[in-house]
Design a protein around this ligand. Structure first.
Ligand SMILES: NC(=O)c1ccc[n+]([C@@H]2O[C@H](COP(=O)([O-])OP(=O)(O)OC[C@H]3O[C@@H](n4cnc5c(N)ncnc54)[C@H](O)[C@@H]3O)[C@@H](O)[C@H]2O)c1
Ligand SMILES: [Zn+2]
Length: 344
């Protein structure tokens, strides 16, 4: 008899999500089965919920969605000897291939065959999820299941923040979404001087202050130059994190960075946009695209920082039981909330 479980499924090619009873995934010799305890709702999940153009092109239907998870190991593949049943884990949601030059050189996050748990592989918004043992990250006691369910976006923040040396540098962050806010906390933890974050949404700026009280918040309608001057910065910011996906934010960073400034860009623009490359050239700016997390250096650094005083929990603003997913998704879509966690 096939065992079944509850799962949040993109069952139809139309807006919405459905809680269905589906078979528990079968694992292969190199996989583990994770019994899910907490999951985080991501912007990606909202795209899939709303069924926008990106989702229609990327997600085959039916598909169990969700890629931010924590739980315990319920089954081990026959080849898996380095993990234990019952062990508390989270893990990388990007499932890579091992054939490319990058992979074979150990630069796993640059593998071009990457597939996404909960996007084109069965996801974690379910009672159980199948994960390659390679992707599993065991959790230290200091990181509880709730915190562990947002390691994926914290990893995005850490990957972005550690792209350039921040010690003693002044940092401008565009976008106070959960990831931008967490990147501010990371920048403080690793020794930046001034950290300024911009957003058009005051609720988001308030949340940024709650998570990292030392961050200076500024609405995009306010005068950033005057603010920088008031902080004693005469030449501009040294480092920018683009965390919004908004074209206007790239213009802001280009304008307010010093000569030779560096931008780590995580924000995903919805479509191509106009950008003043002459300014970038004349200021000799570096722009580095950031995707996902480095496997597994970002995971190591992130867990180490959480064990040495990095505090980001207030970014979690709402908690729901999985069966109340409709309310949870509506809260997320309304905007202004931080991370929303579902309990399984
Ligand atoms: N590259 C990756 O691997 C990766 C992974 C996850 C998320 N992302 C992207 O990173 C970005 C941040 O993710 P999130 O979940 O925190 O997103 P979010 O949508 O919750 O937050 C984005 C914030 O940017 C603000 N914003 C809009 N226009 C702005 C402007 N001109 N200047 C400053 N802020 C502005 C919005 O008000 C919002 O608060 C998104 O673009 C997301 O698609 C990329
Ligand atoms: Zn995510």
């Amino acid at each position: 008899m096939t065992r079944t479980m509850k799962a949040l499924v993109k069952a139809k090619a139309e807006p919405g999500l459905w809680m269905h009873e589906v078979p528990v995934p079968e694992i292969g010799p190199d996989d583990v089965l994770v019994k899910v305890t907490r999951t985080g709702i991501c912007g990606t999940d909202l795209h899939i919920f709303k069924w926008d153009q990106w989702a229609q092109g990327a997600v085959p239907v039916p598909m169990t969605i969700g890629h931010e998870y924590s739980g315990t190991i319920a089954e081990l593949g026959t080849n898996v000897t380095h993990l234990n049943l019952g062990q508390r884990v989270s893990g990388e949601g990007h499932v890579i291939g091992f054939k490319s030059r990058a992979s074979r050189a150990g630069r796993f996050h640059l593998d071009p065959e990457t597939k996404g748990v909960g996007v084109n592989l069965p996801g974690a918004f379910a009672e159980y999820v199948r994960i390659p043992a390679f992707n599993i990250v065991p959790l230290p006691d200091a990181v509880d299941d709730e915190l562990a369910s947002i390691l994926d976006p914290l990893g995005n923040a850490v990957h972005t923040a550690l792209a350039f040396d921040l010690v003693g540098e002044d940092v401008l962050i565009t976008g106070a979404g959960p990831i931008g806010i967490m990147s501010a906390a990371v920048a403080r933890h690793v020794g930046a001087r001034h950290i300024v974050i911009t957003d058009p949404n005051d609720n988001r700026l308030e949340l940024a202050k709650k998570v990292e009280p030392s961050v200076v918040t500024v609405n995009t309608t306010e005068d950033l130059r005057a603010l920088a001057n008031s902080l004693g910065m005469t030449e501009g910011f040294d480092i920018g994190f683009e965390m919004s996906g908004a074209p206007a934010a790239m213009a802001t960073l280009t304008e307010h960075l010093v000569m030779g400034g560096r931008i780590a860009m995580l924000g995903l623009p919805a479509k191509p946009f106009e950008y003043d490359f002459a300014k970038m050239v004349l200021k000799m700016l570096t722009i580095k695209g950031i995707y996902g997390r480095e496997m597994f250096e970002t995971w190591h650094k992130m867990l180490a920082m959480l064990q040495s005083g990095l505090e980001i929990r207030p970014v979690i603003t709402n908690r729901f039981k999985a069966e109340d997913f409709e309310t949870a998704f509506q809260s997320a879509i309304q905007g202004g909330a931080g991370k929303i966690v579902l309990e399984w």
